[in-house]
Design a protein around this ligand. Sequence first.
Ligand code: DHB
Length: 516
Amino acid sequence: MNHKQLVAGLVLGAGALTAMAQTDPLRFDPSKFTNGSITMPDGQEVTYKAYEGIFYVKNVEDPTYQTLNIYVPDKMADIARVPILLRTYVGGYAASTAKSPSPSDATGRALQEGYVVCIPGSRGSNSTIERDGKTIYTGTAPNGLLDLKAAVRYLRYNDALIPGESELIFTDGTSAGGAMSSLLGATGNSKDYDKYLKKMGAADARDDVYAAICYCPITDLNHADMEYEWLYGCTNTGVRHLSEAQIAISDELAAECPAYINSLGLTEKDGTPLTADNYKDYIKSFLIESAHRALQEGCEISDTIGFTFYQDKFGPMGGGPGAGRGGMRPAGDQRPPMGDGRQAPSFGPGNAPRFNKTSDFVTGLDLDKYLGYVASVTPLKTPPAFDQMGVLIDTPSPENKVFGNDKGEAANFTDFSLRHRLHNPNAKLDKDMVERVAIMNPMNYIGSGKSDVAPNWYIRHGAKDRDTSFLVPINLATKLQNSGKNVDFALPWNRPHSGDYNLDDLFRWIASNLEK
Ligand code: DHB
């Protein structure tokens, strides 16, 4: 919006802008900045203007978290419309303060590319304030999401004053932050959030976004338990070492999953209906694609983890397609390549599988064997994986905490776990909880007509990430694809539960969506 800023500046003058900011608490003040810089991994120094500690709602409840920071690079990208990367650092559904840019993630890289960066804070499961001598928990669901939506509204409300295009917001987050990014992408302008946002004094502006970048989103929480057991149940008596009581819960949850899969009405790209009967083949297709790409990039994949290969009869250095790819790693580097263009950050002695096979392409996958391998790298969660409180253990999960109340009491968010905790087969979540769970699930919005869903999506979930079932990101990506969105989805090889990796790939994707 550089031209708009110029026009606003010319028409109003700097003094008038400052006066506006003083009378309207949600008006951005372009005169209040400090200068900052970061040094990127390639040695380049990136300088920027920092606008920090900005309250993005009128009725601030929790000043520690309800602020955002904006970073504007001194060297803006030389393009007509400069995007804004909105990065949330939410993890574990906890509160997150507004942060400054980091050279090692997408925020630093975005500034280096000449893009504007916004890093909002948001309330979460552990944020508290003191009121009338009492501790109040401020960040129970959906409050963290509402904060982020209010931050989007702030950017739109101040579009004429903040450099960058508020029509080109790319949200980015990992894990619970990936879930938040998926919610920002899926729920734009939905009326379901209006009453809350109004009460908070959020800006009167749109909150749909242009693109959502979601790394390993921990979402679809009210189905995640059944999805986990349906997938990983094959390991219950093997590497997972479950007790009889745990196996009973696992089986009961898994039995609920086929009906859920069938209810989604998803189709493969060629239009084939996806059902519980062919869904595992669909999962396999993504893992095979991931392994195949890894081989092409020079990874060696063990023949003990479930994949079968076409064997190049000339061997790794022979004359067949892809020959010699096994030798691409730098000498002395013992780390297995990631297969997505970057090396793994580190591998401890306990979790470094020996990759010993180079070949040309993958011909098949024994899914159960591969899932056993994933479970051997990082022990699986025990059932129920998410709504665990009071079922077999008392400990609340991060999700139980975020669905808790303002006294800090955790809560169940599925009928299944509530029934088990209360030993009452007829127990049901109350209406308020049903609504809170529904508005925290992006799957309820995609293709529903209830919201303006972002047109562009970049979704990644590591091929050895077991924090949630593969079904969660696959269903999300497929539902978006089926509703006509532009979706770039992959299960990158050898990646654990993590995000903001392979930034070259991400920023190529961002640039490709700016040219349109
Ligand atoms: C996160 C990870 C989890 O396994 C989970 O259940 C919730 C959140 C996280 O890393 O944000």
